[in-house]
Design a protein around this ligand. Structure first.
Ligand code: AMP
Length: 442
C-alpha cells in the first residue's frame, strides 16, 4: 500500500541518463489517486442531482463506427475534420473512431434499443473519457473526461430549462459560486430559418474576406455557421459585427426561445445573450448555451450544450426532439483546485507490523477482520524486519501499532502498542478489533 502523506522514498531511484522510456502520449495523462478524489466528487455530485430528476446512468462504448460521428456531429466541423481519432480494423478495414463526444452515441443507443417506445422523454447521464486530437494546453487535453446529461423525446421548452437548471445546481453544489459562473445563451434556429441567416452571414463575410483567417475563408464556403466559433483574434472583430441570428428566427424558434428566457427568469437563472454563440457541433438546433467562469487567466468554458431536434433523424430515421449538456471534468477539477478544494488522502490510524513467515500469513486474516469493521489498517507485508515497519508507521503518524511475531501467532495474541505513551499490551486476536475500535473512539 502506498500512502502519500509523510512517506519518503527509502532510496531514490532514477532512470539512467540517456535511456529511452515509454511515456504517455502528448495531451494524455494517467488519472492518479489525487485526481480520482475530484473525479469521484464530480460524479457523486452529478448522481445526487440527476438521479433525483430520473436521469439514468449510461456508458456507451469508447469505440464506435466513425460514420456515427461524421453523420451526427458533422463532417465539416473541427471536431470531425481535424480532431477525431480514426482507427482501421485490421480484419475488415472498417473505420472506427475513438468517441470525440457523448451525444451521438447515446442517440445511437436510444434508437438501437428502441427506447422511443418508453415513456418520453428518456433521460440519461454519463461520465467517461473522450478523445480529440487538439493542441494540448491548459485545460485542453487529447483524452479528457466529460460529465453529461441528455433528455431525448422532449420538445417542450421545460426540457431546455430542466437541463440548464440542473447544470447550474450541479456547478453550485460543487462549490462554484453564483458570482463566478455565468450562463451564455443563444438560439441558432432550425433547418427552416437557418438558410436565410446563412445567406446573410455569407453576404456579410464576403465583404470582409481579407480580414479573416484562411480557416474562416474555407468555413464560410463549406460550413458557414462555424465562422462564429473561430477563436482567431483577427476574426473576432469581424465576428462581433456579424448579423445576429436571433433576427432571422422563424416564429416557432422565436417563440421557443422567448418561452425559455421567461422560464429562466421565473427560475431566477441569470443569463447573458450571446449572439455569436453557436457551439462547435453541427447537430444543434434552437437553444445553445454555455456555462463559463472568468478568472485571472481569462474566460473558461466549463461546459455547454443545447437542443438537437434533428439528430435522432440524422442517425436513425426517427424524429425525436432532444436537449443535452456536457461538462469538462478536468476543467471543473482545475477550477476546484484553484479555489482551494484540497485532496486529503485517507491515512490509517493503526499499522500492522508482522515478523516471520507465520505472522505474515496470519496478517491477511487480521487485515480482513479490520476491513469488515471498516477500520483502515496500514501494512507493508513485503517488509520483514521490525525496524523498517515501525519506521513506516512512524512516518504515517499512526496512533497505534499492532505487532504480530512468531510467539504471538503460537499464543493467539497480538501486541497493541500506543505510539504516544509507548505502552504495550497483549490482546487476544478475537478481541483486537473491538479493543482498537474502543480506543479510537476515545
Ligand atoms: P463540447 O463537447 O465541445 O460541447 O465541450 C463541452 C465541454 O467539454 C467544454 O466546455 C469543456 O469544458 C470540455 N472540453 C471540450 N474539449 C476538451 C478538451 N480537449 N480537453 C478538456 N476539456 C474539454
Amino acid at each position: 500500500m502506498v500512502y502519500k502523506k509523510g512517506i519518503k522514498k527509502d532510496k531514490k531511484l532514477s532512470i539512467k541518463k540517456g535511456k529511452k522510456t515509454v511515456q504517455t502520449l502528448r495531451g494524455m495523462k494517467d488519472v492518479l489517486a489525487k485526481d480520482w478524489f475530484y473525479y469521484d466528487l464530480i460524479l457523486n455530485n452529478a448522481k445526487k442531482i440527476f438521479e433525483f430528476y430520473n436521469f439514468q446512468r449510461i456508458e456507451t462504448p469508447i469505440l464506435e463506427k466513425a460514420e456515427l460521428f461524421e453523420k451526427g456531429v458533422g463532417e465539416k466541423t473541427d471536431v470531425i475534420e481535424k480532431e477525431m481519432y480514426i482507427l482501421k480494423a485490421k480484419e475488415n478495414k472498417e473505420l472506427l473512431a475513438l468517441r470525440p463526444e457523448g451525444t451521438a452515441s447515446i442517440v445511437r443507443s436510444y434508437i438501437e434499443k428502441g427506447m422511443f417506445n418508453l415513456t418520453q422523454p428518456v433521460k440519461f447521464y454519463y461520465f467517461g473519457p473522450f478523445f480529440r486530437h487538439e493542441k494540448p494546453q491548459a485545460g485542453r487535453y487529447r483524452q479528457f473526461y466529460q460529465l453529461g446529461a441528455e433528455m431525448i423525446g422532449g420538445g417542450d421548452v421545460v426540457a431546455d430549462a430542466e437541463i440548464i437548471l440542473l447544470s447550474k445546481l450541479f456547478l453550485e453544489n460543487l462549490g462554484f459560486s453564483k458570482k463566478n459562473i455565468f450562463l451564455l445563451i443563444n438560439s441558432i434556429g432550425c433547418p427552416n430559418c437557418r438558410p436565410l441567416y446563412i445567406k446573410e452571414l455569407k453576404k456579410y463575410y464576403k465583404k470582409l474576406d481579407k480580414q479573416i483567417c484562411s480557416d474562416c475563408r474555407r468555413r464560410i464556403k463549406e460550413n458557414p455557421l462555424r465562422v462564429l466559433d473561430c477563436k482567431n483574434e483577427k476574426c473576432s472583430l469581424v465576428k462581433q459585427g456579424a448579423p445576429p441570428i436571433l433576427d432571422y428566427l422563424c416564429p416557432e424558434c422565436r417563440d421557443h426561445f422567448k418561452a425559455l428566457l421567461e422560464l429562466l427568469d421565473y427560475l431566477n437563472i441569470p443569463y447573458i445573450l450571446d449572439k455569436t454563440l453557436v457551439r462547435g457541433l453541427d447537430y444543434y438546433t434552437k437553444t445553445v448555451f454555455e456555462f463559463c467562469l472568468e478568472n485571472e487567466t481569462g474566460r473558461i468554458s466549463l461546459g455547454g450544450g443545447g437542443r438537437y431536434d434533428e439528430l435522432t433523424e440524422t442517425i436513425g430515421g426517427i424524429k425525436k426532439p432532444a436537449v443535452g449538456v456536457a461538462f469538462g471534468v478536468e476543467r471543473l477539477m482545475q477550477e476546484m483546485v484553484r479555489q482551494g478544494k484540497k485532496f486529503k488522502p485517507t491515512v490509517p490510524k493503526v499499522f500492522l507490523v508482522q515478523i516471520g513467515e507465520a505472522a505474515q500469513k496470519m496478517s491477511f486474516k487480521i487485515l480482513e477482520q479490520f476491513r469488515k469493521e471498516k477500520i483502515l489498517l496500514g501494512e507493508n507485508l513485503g517488509k520483514e524486519n521490525l525496524k523498517s515497519q515501525l519506521k513506516i508507521a512512524d512516518r504515517l503518524g499512526v496512533k497505534y501499532v499492532l505487532i504480530l511475531g512468531q510467539q504471538e501467532v503460537l499464543d493467539g495474541m497480538i501486541i497493541l502498542k500506543d505510539m504516544n505513551s509507548g505502552l504495550q499490551e497483549l490482546i487476544p486476536w478475537e478481541k483486537i478489533v473491538s479493543e482498537v475500535k474502543k480506543r479510537l473512539k476515545n
